[in-house]
Design a protein around this ligand. Structure first.
Ligand code: ZN
Length: 153
């Protein structure tokens, strides 16, 4: 008797939880630029805890072509960042310097050249609130200069 009551309370809580997460779906937009000096214009991106989706726009404000000064925006845990950057260089330009189907990659844009812009959307469901994340450009040689902290929550 007690057991079935508990179960129904749990089911109710689950239903309420599902309802509230749908009701509070929220897309948060953020913009970041990369230039011909191999720099991002932001050292940190903070996403509020109530954002369920991030819409990230990367702008290349430089003039150099993608083969010489390509930029992308890749998000990983800080612990994975250097290993993924290295794997990205091996993945090559055809894969936008991002290792294919790598679960360590939380989000990644395509590689763009001067004057170009690209936008991606990704869910925050894979992110832990207060987790330690790093964003970077995985074009070979860029990650050591082009990186920053990504904060969620
Ligand atoms: Zn770059």
């Amino acid at each position: 008797m007690i057991k079935s009551k508990l179960l129904s309370i749990m089911l109710l809580a689950g239903a309420l939880g599902a309802f509230s997460s749908v009701a509070s779906a929220k897309t948060c937009s953020v913009e970041i630029s990369g230039d011909d000096q191999m720099r991002f214009d932001k050292k940190e991106i903070a996403i509020a805890a109530d954002c369920t989706e991030v819409e990230l726009t990367l702008k290349h404000t430089g003039k150099l072509p993608v083969q010489a000064m390509g930029h992308n925006w890749v998000l990983t845990k800080t612990a994975d960042f250097q290993a993924v950057a290295t794997a990205g260089a091996s993945a090559g330009a055809a894969n936008h310097y991002v290792p294919k189907d790598d679960p360590r990659v939380i989000a990644a844009t395509e590689l763009i050249g001067g004057g170009e812009t690209t936008t991606i959307k990704f869910s925050t469901s894979k992110l832990e609130k207060g987790g330690d994340y790093t964003f970077f450009c995985s074009f070979p040689g860029h990650w050591s200069l082009m990186n920053g902290k990504f904060k969620f929550g």
